[in-house]
Design a protein around this ligand. Structure first.
Ligand SMILES: *Cc1c(COP(=O)(O)O)cnc(C)c1O
Length: 388
């Protein structure tokens, strides 16, 4: 432990998860891991080379800047930007050579214009809103019109019709099935005119729950990182958590009954108690909502967080365990001995989802790659602000 806090990224787990998800696909279906939000907080610089060497056919992100960054890390990899692009992002996306999502005639015109100026051909993934009600066009006739517009625009090439599920993580499949069937029906109509058109829909939950959602390409995000899209145990789907979060015991002190710890005095000792101070806090993304509710692992055992989590520190009540000394490793997410705290458990305590837990680990926490990445090469391009 050379840092006050660090997130360890198990590159072997990332590689394993790519293989485990790939093994669910029929031959010819593309695997397109989603590396948005700095690889769901795991560090895109660690994730991109590993997924590229572990069977990814392309990589998806949400923004133009994210695409430009992945382009530096894995230069030859086909990319796809899933999100909406503001006018000021279009030129960067075009220059990056990423495929781009579109669902508005005005945007398609702007894209054709910028592609022409840059002298590039841009692949377009036409987004059909089959029920998410967010981005995409919900009117099938308007989608058909836009498909014609794209294929008639020099500088643009129509690559795919795609959609996104609203309820793929829920037990009731009926709305997911409806969305899948809507995509399938419109896809059949479009393929009369555009025989090489790809269809895609599946996020991690859908690709695990229903092979019928795979179409020509799947877009798993959370599963790539070894988290469970259903919020339960990732090991149930042969997914291995890639991220663990660690700090250390910086101080140990004894509180007598009636003495308190932390801002607001929300925790008071009712008997003589040892308190370990761990120099990690909400400034690192350890959410304040875990105050007096979360647990950590020290020496393979669970201990409760005591008092209010502050920006740079939290306190742990270690009872009367004199064997826990300064320097002992503290695990906030991950395993120690038989003890295991998953991002899913932390999410349940906070009444949120595992996605938000890893995305919320702040840039102050260095990401350290561990484990065997297989044949992946380490990044050749230095990445500013990233401790690779
Ligand atoms: C984030 C995202 C995904 C990945 O979803 P997971 O639930 O993390 O697998 C897929 N498609 C789109 C459009 C997304 O925004």
């Amino acid at each position: 432990m050379y840092e006050r806090a660090e997130a360890r990224i198990d590159l072997g787990a990332l590689r394993h998860n790519c293989g485990a998800l790939r093994s669910r696909l029929a031959p010819g279906v593309e695997l397109c891991p989603v590396l948005k939000a700095d690889g769901y907080g795991h560090g895109a610089a660690h994730c991109a080379p590993v997924v590229a060497a572990s069977g990814a056919d392309r990589i998806a992100v949400a923004t133009a800047r994210e695409a430009a960054r992945i382009r530096e890390l894995v230069p030859g990899m086909p990319l796809l930007v899933l999100g909406a692009l503001a006018p000021g992002e279009i030129d960067l996306a075009v220059a990056t050579g990423t495929d781009i999502a579109a669902w508005e005639p005005g945007f398609i015109d702007a894209l054709a214009d910028r592609a022409g100026v840059a002298g590039r051909e841009v692949g377009v993934h036409l987004k059909y809103d089959t029920g998410m009600g967010r981005l995409g066009c919900a009117d099938p006739e308007a989608v058909l019109e836009m498909a014609r517009k794209i294929s008639g625009s020099p500088g643009l090439s129509l690559q795919a019709l795609w959609t996104h599920f609203a309820t793929a993580d829920e037990p009731d499949p009926s709305f997911r099935d409806l969305q899948r069937d809507r995509l399938s029906e419109l896809g059949d109509r479009l393929r009369d005119e555009h025989p090489r058109l790809m269809l895609h829909a599946a996020n991690s939950a859908a690709m695990i729950a229903d092979r019928g959602t795979h179409f020509d390409l799947v877009r798993p995000g959370v599963g790539i990182y070894g988290m469970d899209p259903f919020g339960r145990d990732p090991l149930d789907h042969d997914l291995r958590p890639a991220l663990s979060l660690h700090s250390y015991v910086a101080a140990v002190k004894r509180l007598e009954p009636g003495m308190s710890v932390g801002y607001g005095r929300t925790w008071t000792a009712d008997r003589p108690t040892l308190i370990a101070t761990v120099p990690v806090g909400y400034g690192d993304g350890v959410r304040r909502g875990l105050s007096n509710r979360g647990e950590v692992l020290i020496a393979g055992r669970r201990y409760p967080i005591a008092g209010t989590i502050s920006m740079d520190n939290l306190a742990v009540a270690i009872g009367s365990e004199p064997e826990i000394g300064i320097g002992e490793e503290v695990t906030l997410i991950g395993s120690q001995g038989d003890g295991r705290i998953t991002a899913e458990e932390v999410a349940r305590t906070l009444e949120t989802i595992n996605y938000e837990i890893t995305c919320g680990i702040s840039p102050r926490v260095p990401r350290q790659g561990t484990g065997d990445p297989g044949t992946a090469e380490v990044p050749t391009v230095p990445v500013p602000g990233e401790s690779a």
